[in-house]
Design a protein around this ligand. Structure first.
Ligand code: FEO
Ligand code: CA
Ligand code: CA
Length: 637
């Protein structure tokens, strides 16, 4: 392993899969070795681009349909965007969300204020046009998740999260969850509408949620504060997300395990909690102050987290709903494809080394003329887990009670048990162990599905195609359902085909064995989130480039034609930040992005950057950025 790429162990990513199910990298190795993937990609480019592969880089770059000029991959104190574009800060940690929110006070400890202000570490962004059902690209709701907090960057005197006081812990709890703000573009600039009736904070502090679907009301979800097993306060670690055709948003509960502490052996859920990585030592101070985070005092509380949560942003009084039918694991997000027969299919990755890729097919179909009838579609359906085969196919295996090993013999007494312990059920079916599946998005233009596999430093065996003993830069898979292109693709099918879209890493470093289009202008490390523009092109955001000599940011690439996998670099995050939440307006003229944890690795007292305010005494602040083309028009067109 190259010393340059030494990995710092992510605590949120200690593998917990105990099975020997095949690892996707092994299958890729087997498949790519057989058919000569490198030669295949080069040959495709050469044919499509009339000699691109042999005529030099300039001709190759002309192959891309993306019209912007790549920016350098260089770390800086502030962000950078391609020439000819504006990147404006739209809303920052601590900014006002609801009408009576106070102004941000740097370093203040005030959970009540925070519960009305924009939370920390913005991640998923959903743009929801106003009115509902329209394609208005200049006026809508911006729905933003707040994944986690960095106490050491929020307040002076702290080295890490565990040092937070009880008051600070409450503030952190309020800084988790989700914000909904009304936004409008006036004279080419986006603004948050002050005092909007839609404005809402959803937090882990006091937002009551309902648990729906097959696991609702199960004994394993009952706690001292909820004897019904159907209610829960708040949502945790909301990472990526998705939108439904009926105008709701889906937010994912990812590394919820880290908030809990105590001895899991003292609960009846030891096997369940071990598989999800709940450890005696929490990652946060909360467990010291609040019993609900201590499994010895509230043994079933963790079973109320790890779900997908559906929110109707158009109704600020609506109760968010945890959709147990989509399974319980470390959901990165969930993205929906509407089949032409109106079947609703949602894809979801379980973001952990060696964990799995899932698909959910709802029982009820979408009714384009009846929003109310669609609101509970995600309450019932079939959850599938992916098994990749060396012949280039992938099987979606249903996780259904009574099928195969999913019976009482293995302690699955009902579908609820399967959903509460989704990982263990998938283990028994022999699902394929993946290299950390993050965003999984269907592309409505070509009908294929793109899977971000961010990295897997625990992979031990080097192989010919990816000689890194650990897959530290990650890769992108492309899945092709049967039925045809675009809307003809049948996402309900049991068998798809799979292919590699790119293998991350630095093409200039032979050891990386990266694979892109030969004219690639940027190199990708740790693909995480994905947006697809209305031309079907991929906009890939990165998290935690482990080489640390390039910034995280936004890459883009064509998926079809001569420019397939020709990556270009559009936006660079400031130092320490990860890129999240890419989201286009329907007309493709605005790209919203979330800059998460700027100055990560430093402290409030000595931040590595004070982005975006750059004022003494004002800490770095995670923020949403609105990117538009100077003079207007579609981005990259
Ligand atoms: Fe929260 Fe998988 O990134
Ligand atoms: Ca993510
Ligand atoms: Ca991530």
């Amino acid at each position: 392993m190259n010393e340059q790429f030494e990995i710092v162990e992510d605590r949120d990513d200690i593998p917990s899969n105990p099975t020997n199910n095949p690892r996707v990298a092994d299958l890729i190795n087997a498949r790519l070795s057989r058919r000569g993937f490198f030669k295949g990609l080069m040959a495709t480019s050469a044919v499509a681009g009339a000699g691109i592969a042999t005529s030099g880089m300039a001709r190759a770059q002309d192959a891309s349909t993306l019209t912007f000029k790549s920016i350098p991959q260089k770390i800086a104190k502030t962000h950078a965007v391609a020439e000819g574009y504006d990147a404006d800060i739209l809303i920052r940690y601590g900014d006002k969300v609801v009408a009576d929110a106070p102004a941000f006070v740097p370093g203040a400890v005030d959970a009540t204020a925070q519960n009305k202000q924009f939370g920390y570490n913005c991640d998923y962004i959903g743009y929801m046009p106003l009115p509902v059902g329209s394609d208005n690209s200049e006026h809508g709701l911006l729905c933003v998740s707040h994944e986690y907090t960095n106490a050491e960057l929020m307040w002076p005197g702290l080295k890490d999260a565990m040092g937070a006081s009880q008051e600070q812990a409450l503030h952190e709890i309020a800084a988790h969850g989700h914000s909904i703000v009304e936004v409008k573009k006036t004279d080419g600039k986006w603004q948050v509408i002050d005092g909007s009736d839609y404005a809402r904070r959803i937090s882990a502090l006091d937002t009551e949620m309902v648990i729906t679907g097959p696991a609702a009301g199960h004994d394993r979800l009952k706690t001292s504060t909820d004897q019904t097993g159907t209610r829960v306060i708040g949502t945790l670690n909301n990472c990526a997300g998705g939108k439904t055709p009926w105008g709701t948003i889906l937010i994912a509960e990812e590394n919820f395990n880290g908030y809990f502490g105590g001895d899991i052996a003292k609960t009846s859920e030891e096997r369940n909690y071990k598989r999800l990585g709940i450890e005696p030592d929490s990652w946060y101070s909360w467990v010291k102050y609040f019993d609900r985070f201590n499994v010895e005092k509230e043994p079933n509380e963790p079973n109320k987290f790890g779900w997908m949560v559906e929110i109707d942003p158009y109704d600020p009084t609506s109760t968010p709903k945890k959709r147990t039918a989509l399974g319980r694991f470390k959901h990165e997000g969930a993205t929906v494809f509407l089949n032409k027969d109106n079947s609703v299919v949602a894809y979801s990755g379980d973001d952990q080394r060696f964990d799995y890729l899932y698909k959910f097919v709802a029982s009820k179909k979408y009714n384009p003329n009846d929003r109310a009838a669609n609101m509970n579609i995600l309450e019932d359906g079939t959850l599938y887990v992916a098994k990749f085969n060396e012949d280039g196919t992938v099987n979606w295996m249903p996780l259904v009670h009574g099928d195969g090993p999913l019976t009482a013999e293995n302690d699955f007494n009902s579908q609820a048990d399967i959903l509460i312990e989704t990982r263990r059920a998938a283990d028994l079916l022999g699902a394929t162990q993946m290299d950390r599946p993050e965003d999984v998005e269907p592309n409505p233009v070509n009908g294929k599905v793109y899977v971000m596999l961010t990295n897997n430093s625990k992979r031990k065996e080097p192989n010919i195609v990816n000689p890194r003993a650990s897959n530290i830069h990650g890769h992108v898979l492309e899945l092709t359902p049967p039925g045809g292109m675009g809307k003809d693709a049948d996402h309900t099918a049991d068998t798809f085909k799979w292919d590699i879209f790119l293998l991350g890493g630095n093409p200039a470093n032979a050891d990386d064995r990266a694979v892109y289009h030969p004219g690639a202008e940027s190199w990708v490390s740790c693909p995480d989130n994905l947006a697809i523009d209305h031309k079907g092109r991929l906009w890939i955001s990165t998290d935690g480039a482990p080489s640390s000599d390039i910034p995280d940011g936004m890459h883009a690439a064509d998926v079809e034609g001569a420019g397939r996998a020709l990556t270009k670099f559009f936006f660079a995050c400031p130092e320490g930040a990860e890129m999240c939440g890419p989201e286009f307006t329907p007309d493709g003229t605005t790209l919203f992005v979330a800059v998460q944890h700027p100055a990560d690795g430093s402290t409030y007292d000595e931040p590595s950057t004070r982005w975006p305010d750059f004022q003494d005494g004002v800490p770095p602040r995670p923020s949403v950025v609105a990117i538009t083309k100077q003079g207007g028009g579609e981005i990259a067109s």
